[in-house]
Design a protein around this ligand. Sequence first.
Ligand code: CMP
Length: 143
Amino acid sequence: MAVEQTLSIIKPDGVQKNLIGEIYSRFEKAGLEIVAARMIHLTLDQAQGFYAVHKERPFYSDLVSYMMSGPVVVTALQGEDAILKHREIMGATNPADADPGTIRADFAASIEENVVHGSDGPDTAAVEIAFFFGDDGVCPRTR
Ligand code: CMP
C-alpha cells in the first residue's frame, strides 16, 4: 500500500442536494484526509479543459453544460490507496451498476448526473490536482 493523493469533485447535483458533509464524511470515515479544498463555479474554459480527454465523446457538450450548471466542491484527498479507495466509495460511473451503499448508488440520478468525480489513476490524479490547486495549493498534514 502507498500513500496517494486523488482529486475529488462534488458535482453540481451533489451540491444542490446538500450532500457535501455526507459525502466527505464517508471519505473521512474511510481514512482519507482533505489536504486541499475549494468551492468554485466552473467557467466554460475550466469545464472544457478539465474534461478535455472526453472531447470526442458524444456526451461531451452535455457534460460541460452540466458541470457549469452550479457550483462544485473540489478537494484533494490523501491516504493509503486513496485513488482506489475513493473510487470504491463513489461506485461505478453509471449508478445502475454501482454497488449498494456507494455514493452513486445512494444519490446519483443518471450516468451523467452522477454526483461525484474521482481521479482514475496516479498520473491523472497529479494532473487533476495541479489543474485546480497548482504547484503549491495542497497543504501537507503536519499533525
Ligand atoms: P466522471 O467520473 O466525472 O468522468 C466523466 C464523466 O462523464 C462521468 O463522470 C459522467 O458524469 C459523464 N459520463 C460518462 N459516461 C457518460 C455517458 N455514457 N453519457 C453521459 N455522460 C457520461
